[in-house]
Ligand binder design. Structure first.
Ligand SMILES: CSCCC(=O)C(=O)O
Ligand SMILES: [Fe+2]
Length: 176
């Protein structure tokens, strides 16, 4: 099952879990209130993933594998992934192997760490500040989806005036 928790404030080893003491877990509904969507879809359940892809119009798909051997410019890419940023579109990842952390900002601008493993599907909304890191297993393989031609460009924080950010903030405020 997916786990999400509030992070401590230590800047040490980004691949460590960074739990608070005592740990403070969040629910899938807590994530939903930030526009972050999560599904557990067992890898053999092709139909469920297909249905979701059709419903959400994900016409593009590829695979990203984060290892020194498979990812070109590995060090640079991992550094970029962990720099706080947003995108003008959703970020959709379906984990097929390995594990890793997506961190997202909550309404108080605190970091929430979301721990992902195979069969986890995570959708980050456009405009949410976030980052990604490998965990101490040092490996993840994920399917990436996109509506139309993919744009992976990160827009680094500060980006409060970016239209996607403004739209996201409006959506957050209108949410009960
Ligand atoms: C789990 S996918 C690797 C990270 C990534 O693709 C991203 O941060 O954009
Ligand atoms: Fe991103």
């Amino acid at each position: 099952m997916v786990q999400a928790w509030l992070m401590d404030s230590s800047e040490e080893d980004q691949r460590a879990p960074h739990h608070r003491v005592p740990p403070q877990y969040l629910t899938i509904d807590d994530l939903k209130s930030l526009g972050v969507l999560y599904w557990k879809i067992p890898v053999q359940n092709v139909d469920e993933l297909d249905k979701l892809r059709k419903e959400r119009g994900y016409s593009y798909e590829d695979v990203i594998e984060c290892s020194r051997e498979k990812l070109p410019n590995y060090d640079e890419k991992l550094k970029d992934f962990f720099r706080e940023h947003l995108h003008s579109d959703e970020e959709i990842r379906y984990i097929v192997d390995g594990s890793g952390y997506f961190d997202v900002r909550n309404k108080k601008d605190e970091w929430i760490r979301i721990s992902l493993e195979p069969s986890d599907l995570l959708i980050l909304p456009a405009g949410i500040y976030h980052r990604f890191t490998l965990d101490q297993n040092n490996y993840i393989k994920a399917r990436r989806f996109f509506v139309g031609e993919p744009v992976w460009t990160p827009i680094n924080r500060p980006a409060d005036e970016h239209p996607a950010r403004k739209e996201y903030m409006t959506a957050l405020t209108n949410e009960a």
